[in-house]
Write a protein that binds this ligand. Structure first.
Ligand code: 9MR
Length: 443
């Protein structure tokens, strides 16, 4: 039992003092279970997100379910190349910015999807090749990641670059034909543009151990061994009526390479197994300590690209399906390993954790603030920098001091957090950030 549950258990026992102790414990267990996907995932140090079509943000049922249940969002289409750079060098961020402000206003984190992909390229890029395409692609990565700098938890830097079938090799595309190193060039450009974002490779049909996922695995192993910046791998998990028996083992083998893993586009064919498969995916993520969160690819069945598959957690009226209950029960079950990067919130107050991207002479710290069971009106994170280290630049927080004991206070848009909600800020420093231990206090 974590602190929040212990506190609630104590409160429940106090108010039900006339009941037998066993009865009181039964009640307290039920009361301590999270009641929304986001809050329950946050209790396990993870996020639970949905892909959003910003055009639906004016649909009341849609927004009610989205805001109640999810604490992370990703743009279903609005941050893709055709949307963000419809003409070469002319950038358009209307939809992406709208999603980011919705997320900020509601204490949600944002996944960025996607900087480079063979799909949904603008016409002008589809017609390009060679070094002209390479420089246009890298410029796209730099411009878009710079625009959203500090606001994205994790970017799908490259999407779906591996071929289906047995070879485990790259997919042919105009990007691939610019040279096999296009993926690492994209990751390096993304890191330079937004050093605080986690950088992911994202793909489908990689949900078990197979030739395609092994191809990705070999690339990630190569990148980490050569210092190419990669932090995470996304497993889309567009599933049919079965789930690979080695789904969890596959996540674990990537985590063992030293990267985070995320379930990024989950949806499951309707049918007898749907609820079970959703539960199995959720349990697999909870069992892998570096699995930091799950995103479903839409809110209601009728919002899904899969049409009549009825592949999501809510029916078209916004009602919870059996699959929803299966996910929630899995999130609320005990005995799982918390993610190292986002600890569960304590009772009341807030908690904070830090992840570092370091190089010789400098570092970027990304700090995750998680509200406790009472939520926050504002927060302050304190930490002591090692000797010789100093803060040079801060985003999504205000720093007081730059050396020694430094305090970071929320800015206007990220101070108010609901119970279990998560926000991030970051700072860049000179020197070493090794051993930073943040403490959080809430107001
Ligand atoms: O859900 C997206 C749909 O609205 C678009 O029409 C489609 C176009 O390619 O892309 C869908 O999202 C895809 C995602 O970006 C990458 N993985 C597969 C998703 C489903 O096709």
């Amino acid at each position: 039992m974590n602190h929040a549950r212990a506190l609630r258990a104590a409160v429940t026992i106090a108010v039900t003092g006339v009941l037998a102790a066993g009865m009181a414990m039964t009640l307290s267990t039920a009361a301590s279970a999270g009641t929304t996907l986001g809050a329950s995932a946050a209790e396990k140090g993870r996020y639970f997100g949905a892909a959003v079509a910003t055009g639906k943000l004016s649909d009341n049922t849609y927004v009610t379910v989205l805001n109640r249940e999810f604490n992370s969002v990703v743009a279903e289409n609005e941050m893709k190349w055709d949307a963000t750079e419809p003409q070469q060098g002319r950038f358009s961020y209307t939809g992406g910015d709208r999603l980011v402000s919705h997320a900020r206003a509601n204490g949600m984190s944002v996944r960025g999807h996607t900087l480079l992909w063979h799909g949904q390229q603008p016409g002008w890029a589809q017609g390009m090749s060679g070094s002209a395409l390479r420089s246009a692609a890298i410029n796209h990565v730099t411009q878009v990641a710079t625009h959203f700098r500090g606001q994205i938890y994790a970017w799908d830097v490259v999407n779906e670059a591996f071929a289906d079938g047995g070879g485990g090799g790259r997919r042919d595309s105009n990007l691939q034909r610019t040279g096999n190193d296009w993926i690492e060039a994209a990751f390096r450009a993304a890191r330079a543009a937004d050093p605080g974002a986690k950088l992911c490779y994202n793909d489908y049909n990689t949900d078990g151990i197979n030739a395609k996922s092994t191809g990705v695995y070999n690339m990630v192993r190569d990148f980490t061994s050569r210092g190419v910046p990669i932090d995470c791998v996304g497993f889309q998990s567009h599933l049919g009526t079965t789930i690979p028996g080695d789904y969890q083992a596959n996540l674990q083998r990537f985590a063992d390479l030293g990267v985070d893993v995320q379930i990024t586009e989950l949806d499951v064919m309707t049918g007898g197994n749907q609820a079970n498969i959703y539960g199995t995916v959720t349990r697999a993520c909870l069992a892998v300590s570096r699995c930091t969160g799950i995103t479903v690819w839409g809110v209601r069945d009728c919002d899904s690209w899969r049409g009549s598959d009825n592949a999501l957690l809510f029916d078209c009226g916004g009602n919870k399906k059996a699959a929803y209950t299966s996910v929630l029960n899995a999130l609320n079950a005990g005995g799982t390993t918390p993610s190292p990067t986002t600890p569960p919130p304590g009772p009341g107050g807030c908690s904070a954790s830090v992840s570092l991207n370091s190089w010789t002479g400098g570092f970027v710290a990304t700090v995750t603030v998680t509200a406790g069971s009472s939520g926050t009106n504002g927060w302050t994170v304190s930490m002591t920098l090692p000797g010789g280290a100093s803060v040079t630049n801060t985003w999504s927080a205000t720093a007081s001091g730059s050396t020694g004991a430094v305090r970071f206070t929320n800015v206007d848009y990220n101070g108010r957090l609901g119970a279990g909600q998560v926000t991030e800020f970051g700072f860049q420093g000179n020197g070493s950030g090794a051993g930073l231990t943040p403490t959080c206090s809430a107001s």
